[in-house]
Write a protein that binds this ligand. Structure first.
Ligand code: SAH
Length: 307
């Protein structure tokens, strides 16, 4: 049975006699976006292929989308053309809207009876303030759904050929932010515990304070020659990867002039990139063939839209 199933080709490649019908027989249903609801949805790190099907389903039904700077433009093109778009991030030096204002705005829109899509880069609950927004929705009795997204730290590492865990290297992984609500390094970080207890660190928003952060880690027991990977604009066409060490990281980032956003991975797993760099291997013999995205979207179309 198992064997037979694996022989079947993917739904959208197989033929023309109704991918929809086959999809229908799978019994996979997607939720209807009801008016008055807010969906907090992760858009992933950039590459549209890393969106979840729930995210696409949400984009095909939303009346209004409130999105952040980190949501890739190509992803916004997947919204229904009628959907109203509200930008709530920081871009081009303009200050970002205050978090409390955004949360209350979501409440207001939901109370107007709209289907409100709050679209965030990566995962809404990983350094994404999705928790704050969710709490405000709860406080005001607004029904909501959370759609997790692929977080930039894990995806960025993977696109650089770095597994965030490997049995030979680490049995835990720690997410850290280098940036607190004040814009400075958060003052509640226990550097000694982090340096000694976190074999692999995945750092978000750490570029600005990298010198201070790497200094703290070394002062608390990490060695200067520990491998570090910095992945800028991960999973997009502008992805850049810098491999360095803890001692040289801050200088090398300055020299390389890396563009934000970027994630920083510290730990032995970084060395695995030498062999696992699947995206741009030395012997570049493979060619990538693409299938048009609309074929995939097509499968979801009947679930979305307005009645
Ligand atoms: N909720 C997001 C994180 C938001 S905090 C998530 O789960 O990914 C913003 C930080 O995320 C940035 O400063 C950067 O560290 C990281 N980030 C987001 N998108 C990124 C990308 N495409 N490439 C590298 N880092 C990214």
């Amino acid at each position: 049975m198992e064997h037979d199933r694996h022989k079947t080709s993917p739904l959208w490649i197989q033929d023309d006699k109704g991918a929809h019908e086959r999809m229908a027989t799978l019994g996979i249903d997607f939720p209807v976006f009801e008016p008055g609801w807010v969906w907090l949805v992760g858009a992933g790190p950039g590459d549209p292929g890393l969106l979840t099907l729930h995210a696409v389903n949400a984009m095909q039904q939303a009346d209004i989308v409130v999105y952040d700077a980190l949501v890739d433009d190509r992803i916004l093109k997947l919204l229904r053309p009628e959907a109203q778009r509200i930008y709530a991030g920081k871009r081009g030096g303009r200050p970002s809207a205050k978090q409390a204002d955004i949360s209350l705005y979501l409440v207001e829109l939901a109370q107007q009876g709209l289907r409100v899509l709050r679209l965030k880069g990566g995962d809404p609950f990983v350094f994404g303030r999705g928790g704050e927004e969710g709490l405000t929705l709860v406080e005001h009795g607004v029904p909501f759904r959370v759609v997790p997204g692929i977080t930039a730290g894990i995806a960025g590492a993977a696109y650089a050929g770095i597994p965030t865990t490997h049995r030979d290297c680490n049995s835990s992984v720690t997410f850290v932010t280098g940036h607190g609500a004040s814009g400075e390094v958060p003052d509640n970080i226990n550097w000694a515990a982090l340096a000694q207890g976190a074999p692999v660190l995945v750092m978000y928003m750490a570029m600005k304070h990298l010198r201070r952060i790497s200094g703290e880690l070394m002062a608390n027991g990490r060695t200067g020659d520990e491998p570090v990977a910095i992945i800028s604009r991960a999973t997009t066409a502008d992805q850049h990867i810098l491999i360095t060490t803890l001692a040289n990281a801050a200088d090398d980032v300055e020299k390389a002039n890396l563009e934000p956003p970027a994630v920083c991975i510290v730990g032995k797993v970084v060395d695995l990139r030498d062999r696992l760099n699947w995206l741009s291997p030395q012997d570049d013999v493979k060619t990538v063939r693409n299938v048009p995205f609309d074929r995939i979207l097509d499968l979801l179309a009947p679930a979305g839209g307005k009645d």
